[in-house]
Design a protein around this ligand. Structure first.
Ligand SMILES: [Zn+2]
Length: 317
């Protein structure tokens, strides 16, 4: 089974709302795209891989001519067991992809006309799961590392976020328990190229123990020095934009259990801010919806505050 190249899917995806409405006017249009993204246009039996299948249940399922197994279009994907048409999912994907600042559960509920907020919330979390680690190339060659406390508006709790940023490039964010050398090492090993040059402030956790063999410069700056030439400016900008985004789009109302999902969404949007065309982003999200294993309602709710980034097994595309 060969998947179509990402470029083909991107090229085929609408860039404007008008194009989108025309391209995905019917459920069949969406199914055809989904089949292309999942099976390269030629659906195969999930059990025996036979390509001799026919559609049943109004096109939502394939039955295998060789073994009789029935494969649903969405089984084994993030959209497994969805009761809503793909057309609605495509619409939601388009909405979250086209809005530069993202979308809240309340917004999505209104746009999709959902009766309950819970449905909108579940959809958003599935869509966010499709944004997780969709860009896995480690950061380099010049990387700044810092940490920030976010959230806690109206409450006593602030959550620690580790930040790694290329100078005017990509960022990675991780919700972490603490910033000791062991945690920082896991973050660095997951996100920063082994030959990268790292710039940090004077925090003692940044050392050979956490950064390994990477070349490292720790710069202790006064406020005045920082104003003139901030050594970790990319991190500071990222942190300030992140805080504004959390407060603006989401009114700061984010449970710490879900903070990592929001951080992933932020990084996803930030790292693609120069990508021309929302089509590319939407196509990428659909590609991930297809490629990722289902999330149960339980796993959506039960994520612990331990840095999810470090625990979640990644499916390779
Ligand atoms: Zn079969």
């Amino acid at each position: 089974m060969t998947l179509p190249s990402q470029d083909d899917l991107w090229r085929d995806f609408p860039r404007t709302a008008t194009e989108f409405e025309a391209r995905f006017a019917t459920e069949e249009d969406c199914r055809a795209y989904w089949i292309k993204a999942r099976w390269g246009g030629k659906p195969a039996c999930a059990r025996c891989k036979s390509a001799r299948v026919w559609t049943i249940r109004e096109g939502t399922t394939f039955e295998c001519a060789d073994c009789g197994h029935q494969t649903s279009l969405t089984s084994g994907t993030l959209l497994e067991k969805t009761h809503k048409p793909l057309k609605m999912w495509f619409r939601a994907v388009f909405e979250i992809s086209t809005r530069r600042t993202g979308i809240s559960g309340k917004d999505l509920q209104r746009i999709m006309g959902f009766g309950s907020y819970k449905t909108a919330w579940t959809w958003l979390h599935k869509l966010r799961a499709a944004l997780v680690r969709s860009d896995s190339e480690p950061l380099g060659p010049f990387v700044q590392v810092d940490e920030a406390l976010v959230g806690g508006k109206g409450g006593p709790h602030k959550e620690l976020v580790l930040v790694a940023a290329e100078a005017s490039g990509r960022v990675r964010l991780a919700h972490a328990e603490n910033n000791d050398a062991t945690t920082l090492k896991r973050f660095a090993d997951a996100e920063i190229a082994p030959d990268a040059r790292v710039m940090t402030d004077g925090h003692a956790g940044y050392s050979g123990k956490s950064l390994g063999k990477r070349s490292h410069e720790a710069k202790v700056q006064t406020r005045t020095e920082r104003r003139e030439s901030d050594a970790i400016q990319s991190c500071h900008w990222t942190i300030s934009l992140l805080k504004r985004w959390l407060l603006g789009t989401h009114a700061g109302a984010i449970h710490r259990k879900h903070l990592q999902a929001y951080l992933d969404e932020y990084a996803f949007r930030h790292n693609r801010r120069k990508t021309n065309g929302v089509g590319r982003i939407a196509a990428r999200v659909i590609e991930r919806l297809v490629a990722r294993a289902p999330l149960t309602m339980r796993s959506l709710i039960d994520d612990t505050r331990a840095c999810r980034r470090f625990r979640q097994p990644e499916l390779t595309v």
